[in-house]
Write a protein that binds this ligand. Structure first.
Ligand code: GDP
Ligand code: IMO
Ligand code: MG
Length: 425
């Protein structure tokens, strides 16, 4: 059985959590492969809302194993809190959860370094979630990091202290950055003990055995393609590979094992944090969309920037990931507009282009207007009952992107989704 991948095609928050939860009954294993607690994946069912940061979004289904893969960076404090909060609501988490021994640990000092770095950047700050993601991946690639498997070593404490000493020296280099580790360090050490009690496994071996046994596996992306360290709007990106190839290195599976690639996008665009956003709406329309779509960050609560859909960027993302199936979310939100704009190209000094410019800051979008559907679609559950204007919008997007839109989501609840083409997984 191949491994399917589900990931975001924009700047994150496309609705990955909701759709992974909906798809989970078709899978035996759901695995996160990159990112860390910078992610906030929302799942809504039975009138309750859950936000997951490190636990894969398949966790609410009894028979599915959830794996946090080697490519993920783990903050033990966040993981402990997340497990305890969910278990307090009666969910059974620990039995279903596996953690890769190769996943790197986020230390309290990584979070401080993140904050110090952002403060030093001033106007040029990335708008990081300040969860310590960048500094942890820096230690990983710099070959200084600590991994989950290291927790079981007698030398862990010494190695932890050595790394903290190094980080403190780095923190001293920052101008006017003050910090206090006295409260968070004991919390971290307590969480580390908790983490040791979880199922810490050789995940690449586990996942390959599952593949061989014919089990169905879904790899769940975090962030989005336009935040990819390689292909996003650098330096306003995250520090991991958010694209399909990230699933291979983040889980230890060969490229030949990848099956379907589900690419999720919103019917419009949002971005949280700094960086270029060619179709951003800094006006009352942007505000209306933010309000209608409840566009506030699931991790930091920050208002998300909003704008029209950007098809050149979406096509770029489709190509980078080898998307086989598109999933459009938040179609219901655009019901508020009678007319919808779609960016189809950029204006440059050399003329019109659909290529992504190296400097996206100066990309001037060219728009095509589309008739809106103007009616509430949140109760629609079959494609036949969608308004004609929405069907036309979907058809138009499929034509431009050259990939079928397999699912359309019309609300946050697990039930608010419909299949557009027969899906066989
Ligand atoms: P993720 O990071 O990709 O998992 O997405 P987030 O959970 O950060 O943000 C998506 C938000 O949109 C959450 O509040 C979801 O509950 C909500 N959502 C998901 N799909 C839909 C949809 O089709 N319509 C509406 N109105 N909300 C949705
Ligand atoms: P999910 O998985 C949206 C953004 C931050 C910032 C940049 C770098 O919920 O889609 P980092 O904390 O990684 O150093 O931040 O990336 N960012 C996200 N934006 N959704 C996310 O995750 C994000 N994770 C990071 O806002 O601009
Ligand atoms: Mg999110």
């Amino acid at each position: 059985m191949p491994i399917d991948v589900l990931l975001g095609l924009q700047w994150g928050d496309e609705g990955k959590g909701k759709v992974v939860d909906t798809f989970t009954p078709h899978y035996d294993v759901v695995a996160r492969f990159q990112g860390g607690p910078n992610a906030g994946h929302t799942i809504v069912f039975n009138g309750k809302k859950y936000v997951l940061h490190l636990i894969p979004s398949g966790i609410f289904h009894e028979d599915t194993v959830c794996l946090v893969g080697n490519g993920v960076v783990i903050d033990p404090i966040t993981l402990k809190r997340e497990i305890e909060t969910l278990e307090a609501t009666g969910e059974q988490i620990r039995g279903k959860l596996r953690i890769s021994q190769r996943a790197h640990l986020i230390l309290p000092t990584h979070k401080l370094l993140d904050a110090a770095s952002e403060q030093a950047k001033g106007d040029q700050k990335i708008g990081s979630t300040l969860r310590g993601i960048g500094p942890t991946y820096m230690d990983k690639t710099g070959r200084n990091g600590l991994r989950v498997g290291d927790l079981l070593s007698d030398e862990f404490e010494d190695r932890y202290k050595a790394l903290v000493t190094k980080h403190k020296k780095m923190l001293d280099q920052f101008y006017q950055f003050e910090y206090d580790l006295s409260e968070i360090e004991p919390q971290f050490l307590e969480a580390v003990e908790f983490l040791k009690g979880l199922q810490l496994i050789n995940s690449e071996s586990f996942i390959n055995q599952e593949l061989k046994a014919g089990k169905k596996i879904l790899a769940e992306g975090a962030q989005g393609t336009l935040l990819d360290i390689e292909f996003g709007s650098y330096p306003f990106v995250t520090s991991s590979n958010t694209t399909t190839s990230g699933a291979c290195v983040g889980l230890g599976v060969p490229p030949s094992s990848i099956g379907r690639v589900f690419g999720i996008f919103k019917a419009y665009c949002t971005r949280v944090g700094s960086g270029p956003f060619p179709t951003e709406l800094n006006d009352e329309v942007g505000e209306e969309i933010r309000k209608a779509g409840s566009e506030f960050g699931a991790t930091t609560g920050r208002p998300r920037r909003t704008g029209w859909i950007d098809l050149p960027l979406l096509k770029y993302a489709v190509q980078l990931n080898g998307v086989t199936d598109l999933i459009m979310t938040k179609a219901d939100v655009l019901s508020i507009k009678d007319e919808i704009m779609v960016c189809t190209a950029y204006k440059t000094d050399e003329g019109l282009t659909q290529d992504i410019p190296f400097e996206q800051e100066n990309a001037v979008p060219v728009y095509e207007p589309h008739k809106g559907w103007g009616v509430d679609v949140t109760e629609v559950r079959s494609k036949e009952n969608l308004p004609q204007e929405l069907k036309d919008y979907i058809k138009y997007l499929e034509g431009y992107l050259e990939v079928p839109i397999t699912f359309v989501s019309v609300g946050p609840d697990r039930e608010q989704i419909m299949e557009m083409h027969a899906l066989e997984v």
